[in-house]
Ligand binder design. Structure first.
Ligand code: NDP
Length: 444
């Protein structure tokens, strides 16, 4: 059994019932085989065993009182996975599906993603099985305050800097920050994605979606192509999906579909984003309303059907494992040329194989959605320097980072003999820097 196979087998044995963590670890470790073969010293140093074991896992009770006066209890998590190249950094996800396996898969991915940005940030992730959907603002505040009342002792601007993710947007970050400041009596950059009035950065809201489109634009550009006139399908209708849609449209693409967890909308004329923003950002409503408000648009119950819509470019921006083998085959049959992942691990391992075998340009999440965390790191830089950069300045830095990521992963894939395989390229390029730092630190 090779070193990689051994580490994977042990990981599965020692972390049972964590299918998402196994999936992410399998995707990453199997692609690292050529690097590990080139560096026999890694095995002696137990580097991969340490790489897949979080430095610290924090799990805690989050009690809060709902509007009827009833006490509710949720689970809270923070996985501080790897701090070799910088303080832990990664979002908080509030969604009923959250469990340790999901937080660990996200944390492991985050290590390599953060490394790819070229900025000094380690990997972490956290969250809760709390569902903000349908809760009043007061209930969300009560939950966030209780969550932070435990989390505050584990985080800090030089230790661990959480941000948003599914179910955690500006409102939640505001409540979390307010409670941290109240307990610690410190106004510091301990969370990113903050409001502009209290230390946030311009472009952070747009960053993941914009970044996704910037890296896809670069992939198109090196092939003598562009977004202009392309038909695009985007899943989700949250933060990442909305700003991916906005940037793609501004580059001349026609985005024809979006979804939420109930169903998808199809608008052959092109999605009217102002209507979507009003429904999702202002009213916190359901995407179904779009079809009631826009003539000619249709709504279909259930999400999976979105991948049967013919498109040139697919941007999955909702959640993990939303594209399975069957959906990937339909996308290919319908002529998709580019798939770039805005969400984390939206394609199953089998779906990725289908894309790669059929010559689809496939940009994996850790590269394609790194714009969010990269801009979070720019927010951290502004906080420490007590500076505030203009929209144009941050946007230009973001674009530059995404273009660099594209070329880094392309070159890494080429250097190891896997030209065009961006999964290999992203894992290898992200890993090398972390591995170097871990080797330099000794056995820690
Ligand atoms: P939001 O909460 O803003 O939006 C999530 C969207 O996905 C909503 O439309 C939601 O629908 C839908 N969704 C969530 N879970 C499911 C599900 N199980 N099935 C179908 N649809 C679902 O989250 P974000 O836009 O911030 O995050 C989306 C993805 O992007 C996640 O994978 C996240 O990890 C990733 N990401 C986000 C970053 C960021 O900066 N925000 C950075 C990097 C990655 P509904 O409203 O019905 O729940």
């Amino acid at each position: 059994m090779s070193y990689v196979e051994q580490v994977l087998a042990n990981l599965k044995k020692n972390n049972p019932n964590e299918p998402e963590f196994h999936q992410a670890a399998t995707e990453i470790l199997t692609t690292l085989a050529p690097v590990v073969e080139a560096h026999p010293e890694y095995e002696k140093a137990g580097l991969l065993e340490r790489f897949v074991e979080p430095e610290r896992v924090i799990m805690f009770r989050v009690p809060w009182v709902d509007d009827s006066g009833k006490v509710r209890v949720n689970k809270g998590y923070r996985v501080q996975f790897n701090s070799a190249i910088g303080p832990y950094k990664g979002g908080l996800r509030f969604h009923p599906s959250v469990n340790l396996s999901i937080i660990k898969f996200l944390g492991l991915e985050q290590i390599l993603k953060n490394s790819l940005t070229g900025l000094p940030i380690g990997g972490g992730k956290g969250g809760s099985d709390f569902d903000p959907k349908g809760k009043s603002d007061r209930e969300v505040m009560a939950f966030c305050q209780s969550f932070m009342t435990e989390l505050y002792r584990h985080i800090g601007p030089d230790t661990d800097v959480p941000a948003g993710d599914i179910g955690v947007g500006g409102r939640e970050i505001g409540f979390l920050f307010g409670q941290y400041k109240r307990i610690r009596d410190e106004h510091v950059g301990v969370l990113t994605g903050r409001g502009l009035s209290y230390g946030g950065s311009l472009v952070r809201t747009e960053a993941t979606g914009y970044g996704l489109v910037y890296i896809t634009e670069e992939a198109l550009k090196v092939r003598g192509d562009s977004f202009k006139g392309k038909t695009v399908v985007i899943s989700g209708s949250g933060n990442v999906a909305i700003y991916a849609c906005q940037k793609a449209q501004s580059l001349g693409a026609k985005v024809v579909a979006l979804y939420d967890s109930n169903g998808y909308i199809y608008d052959a004329e092109g999605i009217k984003l102002d209507v979507v923003k009003d429904i999702k950002e202002v009213k916190r409503g359901r995407i179904k309303e779009y079809a009631e408000r826009v003539k000619g648009a249709k709504y279909v119950e259930g999400c999976k059907g979105i991948w049967t819509i013919p498109c040139d470019i697919a941007l999955p921006c909702a959640t993990q494992n939303e594209i399975d083998k069957q959906s990937a085959e339909i996308l290919v049959k319908n002529g998709v040329k580019y798939v770039a992942e805005g969400a984390n691990m939206p394609s199953t391992l089998e779906a990725i194989e289908v894309f790669q075998k059929n010559g689809v340009v496939f940009l994996p999440a850790k590269a394609a959605n790194a714009g969010g965390v990269a801009t979070s790191a720019l927010e951290m830089a502004q906080s420490s320097g007590r500076m505030f950069w203009s929209f144009e300045e941050v946007d230009a830095k973001l674009k530059n980072i995404m273009v660099n990521i594209y070329h880094n992963i392309e070159n890494a894939a080429k250097d190891y003999g896997y030209e065009g395989n961006y999964v290999m390229g992203a894992n290898i390029a992200g890993f090398i820097k972390v591995a170097d730092a871990m080797m330099a630190h000794g056995v820690v």
